[in-house]
Design a binder for this molecule. Structure first.
Ligand code: ATP
Ligand code: MG
Length: 312
């Protein structure tokens, strides 16, 4: 007979995966983790008193802005909160990961910024959850940094769109805005529209390079356009426990940002990077994976901290 032993006898059965069972295996551990993701009732996330609008920004490319946006949004949505993701990057990666159409011609954030359609008209339901919506970005957005320059109230177009009555009616708990890797007018629009900024920092060489510039830009927006804005969250991403460097970066970031840094650190994980190729977040692509659990933990931290904090 096979060598693998499963728990047996009257006190234990294969479904009750107690850690003390002799037959505890990594597969069972993963199954239990998946159960936590897929049976959200076990995890009660607080609903914020007021809608939280969180801009995910870092002008550095490839640090995990989009990955964090879609997975945090999915984590909150899978646990009953109503979430909108606004894809403000012409690359449209957030739209892809959320399974939302973004070929040229579909109603998108571009028309929203032009004031032609409302956010409600452009928001499409994600394949990932009935509570998760996305305003997609199409390639049309690529020219908008230049087009916006000549527009009236060019920095406040997204804010205006999000204030509209149509959005009120949709009653989102969270709005996440995924920024492009630049500090241009699209990112400024995202900063003006938001209450909070979440900065993902990759645990890599030069992680902190450019952060000063980002923080100065945030201060400029605070002092001239959006006094309520604040950096509420720092998220360390792509942590590789095998390297000393990752720990150095983590320590440096915590030393600098203190409690703004989430306790949860997102590990480097192949599953996380594979998921968008299937039009999915890692939470549905591989619910029991470490990457999935870490984003779920980060989402819970954000939800719990938000409940304690001032709301704008
Ligand atoms: P851009 O600046 O181009 O918008 P970004 O900051 O949005 O990039 P992502 O697109 O989220 O960054 O991530 C960059 C790349 O790293 C992607 O290929 C993504 O799949 C991969 N990636 C992100 N997070 C992880 C992780 N935790 N483990 C492994 N790969 C990751
Ligand atoms: Mg991105």
């Amino acid at each position: 007979m096979g060598a693998m032993r499963f728990p047996s006898g009257p006190e234990s059965n294969a479904m009750s995966f107690g850690r003390d069972d002799i037959g505890w295996t990594p597969i069972m551990e993963e199954a239990q983790r998946a159960t936590r993701v897929l049976h959200p009732d076990e995890l009660d996330l607080p609903r914020p008193k007021n809608r939280r609008i969180i801009t995910v920004a870092n002008q550095k490319g490839g640090v995990g802005k989009t990955t964090s946006t879609v997975n945090l949004a999915a984590g909150l949505a899978l646990h009953g909160l109503k979430v909108l993701v606004i894809d403000l990057d012409p690359q449209g990666n957030a739209s892809t990961a959320l399974g939302v159409e973004h070929r040229g011609g579909v109603p998108s954030v571009y028309e929203v910024l032009l004031g032609e359609i409302s956010v409600a008209d452009a928001a499409a339901k994600s394949t990932q959850s009935d509570n998760l919506f996305c305003v997609p970005a199409t390639i049309d957005l690529a020219g908008s940094e230049i087009e916006l320059v000549t527009m009236v109230a060019r920095e406040g177009r997204l804010k205006e769109a999000l204030n509209a009555e149509a959005v009120e009616a949709l009653d989102f708990d969270y709005v996440f805005v995924d920024c492009p890797p630049s500090l241009g007018l699209l990112t400024v629009n995202a900063l003006v529209a938001a209450h909070e900024v979440l900065i993902p920092i990759q645990c890599e060489y030069y992680a902190l390079e450019g952060l000063g510039q980002l923080l100065r830009n945030i201060e400029l927006v605070q002092s001239h356009l959006n006094p309520a804005l604040w950096v509420s969250t720092i998220l360390l991403t792509m942590y590789d426990g095998r390297t000393k460097l990752a720990d150095q970066v983590t320590a440096e970031v915590r030393g600098h940002f203190g409690d703004l840094t989430l306790r949860t650190v997102i590990p480097r994980s192949v599953k996380i990077s594979e998921a968008p190729g299937f039009g999915q977040t890692v939470l549905t692509y591989d619910p029991g994976s470490r990457g999935s659990m870490s984003y779920l933990d980060a989402a819970r931290e954000i939800a719990e901290r938000g409940a304690e904090r001032k709301t704008a």
